[in-house]
Write a protein that binds this ligand. Structure first.
Ligand code: FMN
Length: 192
């Protein structure tokens, strides 16, 4: 069976990011029938509609990666009850111009890790809202919201919490299944 291609996007640029560790954990526990390639959003300049016709190279690369993938996997922190600017900026760039956006019809898996007790859930709901506009299909359950992140990863940045590993794995199973259904349908989901 052909492997499902997933592009990973991490909403934190920080060295030692728990969300990057969570993405690495997803790569570790992922089912065999998928590949996950993490995109680099660190070099994307601030979006300015005046520059939309001269798309910066890091945006070209990101858009190509998303376009050729069957699914998207986001791991993001929550910043001030929402998503970090770097992630929103990357999504905004990749969504433009409107008729050449790369998100429509894609399956999207969401994960968040936070040092606090809410696990970044509020950011995920803002992110879901953006994906509604972008006509992408986010996985509803299970929700991967990793609270008290410093307790869940070891000194080498590896996820050590078995329950969290299982939730990540189950979400990926659903993401792959949805991506396969969408791919096999061959349907083009147009935005009106
Ligand atoms: C600007 C800023 C805003 C933050 N706001 C929140 C927040 O609203 N909710 C939350 O749970 N954690 C918040 N935090 C703490 C993050 O959970 C914590 O910094 C986490 O480690 C960020 O993810 P990372 O490790 O992947 O960089 C905030 C951190 C920063 C730097």
């Amino acid at each position: 069976m052909e492997k499902i291609k997933i592009v990973g996007i991490v909403g934190s640029l920080r060295k030692g990011s728990y969300n990057r560790m969570l993405m690495d954990a997803a790569i570790e526990v992922k089912p065999e029938d998928c590949v996950i390639e993490v995109a680099d959003i660190s070099q994307i300049p601030l979006y300015n509609q005046d520059n939309e016709s001269e798309v910066p190279q890091p945006v070209v690369v990101l858009k190509e990666k998303i376009k050729s993938a069957d699914a998207i996997l986001v791991a993001t922190p929550e910043y001030n009850y929402s998503i970090p600017g770097v992630l929103k900026n990357a999504i905004d760039w990749a969504s433009r111009p409107y008729d050449l956006d790369v998100f429509s019809g894609k399956a999207v898996g969401l994960m968040s890790a936070s040092i606090g007790q809410m696990g970044g859930g509020r950011a995920q709901y803002h992110l879901r809202q953006s994906f509604v506009f972008l006509n992408a299909f986010t996985i509803n359950k299970p929700e991967v919201m990793v609270s008290f992140a410093p307790e869940k990863f070891d000194g080498e940045g590896r996820l050590k919490d078995d329950k969290t590993k299982e939730v990540v794995r189950k979400m990926l199973v659903n993401l792959i299944e949805l991506a396969r259904i969408l791919k096999q349908s061959g349907k083009v989901f147009e935005k009106i």
